[in-house]
Design a protein. Structure first.
Length: 566
């Protein structure tokens, strides 16, 4: 990994700069222009100390250190930077040392002994998941994978919205009209139909609202009959969710819905009272914040005594910390809930919990569809499933046109389509909105998931054609610009994965996979592989296999399907 070389440089610089090697290592960066070298160290602050112009300081150090750092073949001073070129043979050796153990690629022990509870997907029962949940699911799963790769222990929780007065209405509707519906097919659709029916009937007959409320009260008081219906609603919903989760390969460790905290809410109120944080306001119980926080008060209990979303999140956070022993609490939820999480975390802070600082709302923007058909739909929300289905439909059509004889067409169409949607989502900096331009998303030669998948399929077919064992020993030096650039990219994988996790941004890894694919393509176009002199052929095939391994590991971390043919 690239750290090996950073360390060599940092150690050599340490006496000259009078700084620890660790500190120097952290400041070493990748030059903006690769022609300048592989690694760079900015000398600006040193120049300030010495009261000398930065280029002069860089030149002096370059002269002093040239030839003295192990595995560094060139040191150049370029304006205020010291630029280092890694010795080509050393670079190659390090790449093939690392890819020997493909399962360890990108992994570190950074998070060892620390536990993360990550809350992601978390749909509201009895409603189909919309594209917001698609984002929460896709980004959440990749952050979970990244955390695991960094040695953290992870508990992934599906915090489903399974409580509230709407369940009284639904239970009543199930009780009275349930027999009219066949829940064995498309159960979610039936639930939505029931709910819509309840509301339209309630417009005609106001008594219904009262019956719904009464049914919810009975549910709250533990009426076994109603509880059975409520559980059915959850069951039906999960039949739907699980189908989508299976398509996407989403994995939670626990489903702990909002209702789980029902018997833990009084405790939250007591903790707040003990700290005298809770106040009456217009009949409701709230926590006020300092003026400087510029936040409306956090509602704890409504005037009718009903608890609310925030109270459940307070109970959930306390549970995650105290019972599940989380060191870090992550919440994958759209940015429209930013205020909610700011309030919840601030209340935890006011309660005196220093771990409030370990709670992170990992927010994200919205989907925006250029294609009018998807965006209007009479103002209705766009469903998770519609997006996936549309992608599958488009990819199937593309395969039919371009490669109609492909084996297992259907399976591959699904893998490519899901890869396309997942990758497209993750490629965007999550805080921004995602533009949906379908042609770009599924294009094979653009910045797309299928492009990355296709690069890997190319590696596979080369290996198949080569049809010999690939050895990483006794390789000849691959010194061309394309080969060196490709190997240098591989060398950065580890850094990219750790960095991606540290700031909870899978787009860094997605971007990297595009760069790797692009560099592979240049190598493939420039360097003859099969049919070359056997030693060169063997070496280049080793490089193909190295790329294959990194691409696989990268796609696994992003939770993309990895098709074997396309
Ligand atoms: N069920 C909520 C929604 O769909 C998301 C829940 C997120 N998690 C949480 N702990 N509040 O909007």
């Amino acid at each position: 990994m690239i750290d090996v070389f950073k360390r060599e440089i940092a150690q050599a610089l340490s006496p000259a700069l009078n700084k620890s090697a660790d500190e120097i290592s952290r400041l070493i960066e990748k030059p903006k222009i690769l022609d300048h070298g592989h690694l760079a160290y900015p000398v600006f602050s040193l120049a300030k100390e010495k009261r000398m112009p930065p280029p002069a300081v860089a030149a002096e150090l370059a002269q002093q250190l040239t030839g003295k750092i192990k595995n560094i073949s060139e040191i150049n001073a370029v304006s205020g930077f010291l630029n280092f070129k890694i010795d080509p043979q050393a670079l190659q050796n390090e790449v093939f040392r690392e890819v020997q153990q493909p399962e360890k690629l990108g992994r570190t022990e950074e998070g060892k002994g620390r536990r993360i509870v990550i809350d992601f997907s978390s749909p509201n029962v009895a409603k189909p998941m919309h594209v917001g949940h698609l984002r929460a699911t896709v980004i959440g799963q990749s952050i979970k994978n990244l955390a695991l790769s960094q040695g953290y222990e992870v508990i992934a929780v599906n915090h489903i919205g399974d409580w509230g007065s709407q369940f009284g209405k639904l239970a009543w509707a199930m009780q009275n009209w349930g027999a009219d519906y066949d829940f064995s097919v498309e159960p979610m659709k039936k639930l939505v139909e029931l709910y819509v029916r309840f509301h339209s009937e309630a417009e005609k007959d106001p008594e219904l609202e009262k019956k719904g409320a009464e049914t919810f009260r009975n549910l709250e008081q533990g009426d076994a009959e109603i509880e059975k219906l409520w559980k059915k609603v959850i069951d039906y919903s999960f039949k739907d969710y699980n189908r989508l989760y299976a398509l996407l390969g989403t994995q939670h460790d626990a489903v702990i819905g909002e209702s789980f905290y029902n018997d833990k809410l009084d405790d939250v109120v007591q903790r707040l009272e003990k700290k005298q944080l809770i106040k009456e306001s217009e009949g409701a119980q709230v926590v006020f914040f300092e003026e400087t926080e510029k936040m409306p008060p956090c509602l704890i209990k409504k005037s009718d005594g009903a608890s609310i979303y925030a109270t459940r999140d307070l109970a959930a956070a306390i549970y995650r910390k105290e019972v599940q022993k989380a060191d870090v609490l992550l919440y994958l939820v759209g940015q429209e809930q930013s205020l909610h999480f700011k309030q919840v975390f601030k209340v935890l802070d006011l309660l005196g919990y220093d771990w409030a600082k370990d709670c992170h709302h990992i927010s994200f923007g919205l989907y925006q569809f250029k294609d009018g058909k998807m965006s209007t739909r009479q103002g209705r929300v766009i469903l998770f499933e519609d997006v996936i289905n549309k992608a599958i439909e488009m990819v199937s059509k593309m395969i039919e046109e371009k490669n109609p004889d492909l084996e297992e067409k259907e399976k591959i169409a699904k893998e490519v389509a899901i890869g396309a949607v997942v990758f497209h989502d993750l490629l965007n900096d999550r805080v921004k909105n995602v533009e949906f331009d379908w042609d770009r998303i599924i294009s094979l030669d653009g910045d797309s998931g299928p492009y990355v998948q296709y690069t890997r399929v190319r590696c596979q077919s080369l290996m198949k054609k080569y049809n010999k064992n690939i050895s990483f020993e006794n390789l000849s030096l691959m010194g061309s610009l394309e080969e060196q650039r490709l190997m240098f990219t591989i060398l950065q994988f580890q850094d990219v994965v750790s960095g991606s996790y540290r700031i909870f941004k899978p787009n860094i890894l997605a971007q990297y996979l595009l760069e790797l694919s692009g560099n592979f393509s240049s190598f493939y176009n420039k360097c003859r592989i099969l049919g070359e002199d056997p030693k060169v052929e063997q070496s280049r095939m080793a490089l193909v296999s190295a790329v294959d391994r990194v691409l696989i590991q990268g796609m696994k971390l992003l939770n993309m399907p990895i098709p074997n043919a396309m």
